[in-house]
Design a protein around this ligand. Structure first.
Ligand SMILES: NC(=O)c1ccc[n+]([C@@H]2O[C@H](COP(=O)([O-])OP(=O)(O)OC[C@H]3O[C@@H](n4cnc5c(N)ncnc54)[C@H](OP(=O)(O)O)[C@@H]3O)[C@@H](O)[C@H]2O)c1
Length: 267
């Protein structure tokens, strides 16, 4: 892969304290990319930042932020500005889901999800993209999901939030044509991280055949980003699912999603 895309640059990774975000941080550092790591878990972030600096000789900074708080993303952006580093790559990875009926869940959990999964990605893109365009380099990786491809009963807000991420990314990427700045929406299916537990999904409630490990998802996503892809679905099974969801009538797709969610015990 083209390691020059990352070597000697600076990336801001949200949700870097665990799962895919931690893996983005590890693989970017391995490619010589300096890092600003953010999340709420200060201790985990500081341990990771120290490890990556020691192992890879890159510069690392930690900024804690709660992106579910009103104004949390803007505050994060301003603190990053105060660090005096130039953000070349933004990885909008922080996010969470919540399994169950919408009516049966706490409304604040749903609105927090929109703030973390959607609003913070828009806010951080709005803050850092103009600088990327002025320098005519770098870009944004927005972490979506295969849940973006169909309305998702029993994870209604989550699916809708990821549909926003994919639509937003594709539109931005189109606006940026003619520049060297890239925007990629990465849409994983199930990945072995803390996501399922955080979403309240029971053990074994993901399709094993579709499940990937974080290192494979991140490696293929960084390759897709370096290659200038716009939307990327890691894994063959997930790519087929996303394609079918685009081709079949919406009513059929929603019924299939509902059936799957019930069978997997998420409802
Ligand atoms: N794992 C999957 O199956 C899967 C599939 C498709 C898409 N995704 C997407 O992948 C992304 C990463 O998730 P993951 O799988 O790595 O799950 P994870 O292990 O639970 O990690 C989620 C990350 O988001 C951060 N985060 C959550 N709420 C936050 C808040 N209020 N403020 C700031 N940061 C917050 C967490 O950091 P702190 O707790 O330190 O704040 C954590 O680092 C998410 O956008 C998720 O939707 C995951």
């Amino acid at each position: 892969m083209d390691s020059d895309v990352f070597s000697g640059t600076f990336a801001l990774v949200t949700g870097a304290s665990s799962g895919l975000g931690e893996e983005f941080a590890r693989q970017l550092a391995h490619r010589g990319c300096n890092l600003v790591l953010t999340g709420r878990s200060r201790e985990k972030l500081e341990t990771l930042a120290a490890d990556l600096a020691r192992i890879n000789g890159v510069a690392t900074r930690v900024v804690t932020a709660d992106l579910a708080q009103p104004g949390g993303a803007k505050q994060l952006a301003l603190i990053v500005d105060d660090l005096g580093v130039t953000i070349d790559h933004l990885v909008n990875n922080a996010g969470f889901g919540s399994a169950g009926t919408f009516a049966g869940s706490e409304a604040t959990r749903q609105t927090d999800m929109v703030r973390v999964n959607v609003e913070s990605a828009v806010c951080l893109a709005g803050h850092f993209l103009p600088g990327m365009l002025r320098r005519n380099r770098g870009g944004i990786i927005n972490v979506g999901s295969t849940a973006a491809y169909q309305p998702t009963p029993y994870m209604a807000t989550y699916g809708a939030s990821k549909a926003f991420v994919v639509s937003f990314s594709a539109a931005l990427s189109s606006e940026l044509q003619g520049s060297d700045v890239r925007v990629l929406a990465c849409c994983p299916g199930p990945v072995s991280t803390g996501f399922q537990a955080a979403a309240g999904m029971p053990e074994g409630s993901v399709l094993k055949v579709a499940k990937l490990e974080p290192n494979d998802v991140v490696q293929s996503t960084l390759e897709a980003y370096a290659a200038g892809r716009v939307v990327f679905v890691p894994g063959k099974v997930n790519a087929v699912q996303a394609t079918l969801s685009k081709l079949l009538p919406r009513a059929v797709v929603v019924r299939a999603a509902k059936y799957t969610m019930r069978r997997l015990g998420r409802a």
